[in-house]
Write a protein that binds this ligand. Structure first.
Ligand SMILES: [Zn+2]
Length: 181
């Protein structure tokens, strides 16, 4: 890529990588660089909470901790706009869609990462945080309308309905914009 199309900046969860100009789909954004480690070495670092280990294959793991590895600043997302691919024996982060200037560049760190770091069932990526906020707003609104209308029983029944469905309920009341003062 001629001239860097990204910058490292502050994101909601620390530092992150952001596009500064449009990035076309399937563009090589950055290589995941760093010394190669054997299983034994990488296990030792993992036990010390090194968060920048990238499993290259059954034999080698990249230790992405060095600061020259700009790809280490790319945060995880459950709805990413880039992905890691193997190229020339290394890992390259490639865009999976067009990315607009100002957008944070993310990729899905994968199942292992989720297992180790989201053991409390909480992901802090943009997508999941927005989802959590929507859920909180919905619950707050339901609690509020239950209180002003009929009281506890309705809310209990409605909450049970939500559980059964497994899906978010339809928004019955006026759209949020109509209520916002
Ligand atoms: Zn997430």
């Amino acid at each position: 890529m001629p001239r860097r199309a990204f910058r490292i900046g502050r994101s909601a969860t620390g530092l992150g990588m952001f596009a500064v100009k449009p990035i076309k789909r399937a563009t090589h954004i950055a290589a995941y660089r760093g010394p190669l480690l054997t299983d034994e070495e990488s296990e030792r670092l993992e036990a010390r909470n090194n968060r920048y280990l990238f499993t290259l294959n059954s034999k080698w793991t990249i230790n992405g901790s060095p600061r020259y590895n700009l790809a280490r600043y790319i945060n995880h997302s459950c709805r990413p706009n880039a992905k890691p691919i193997t190229r020339n024996g290394g890992i390259v982060i490639v865009s999976t869609r067009r990315i607009e200037p100002g957008e944070e560049i993310t990729y899905d760190y994968g199942a292992d990462y989720k297992y180790f770091f989201f053991s409390k069932g909480r992901c802090r990526c943009q997508h999941c945080r927005e989802k959590a906020v929507r859920k909180r707003l919905r619950l707050r609104k339901e609690r509020h309308s239950a209180k002003t209308k009929r009281g506890g029983r309705t809310s209990a029944r409605r909450a049970a309905g939500v559980r059964n469905n497994g899906k978010p309920p339809h928004r019955k009341s006026a759209p949020r914009s109509a209520r916002a003062g």
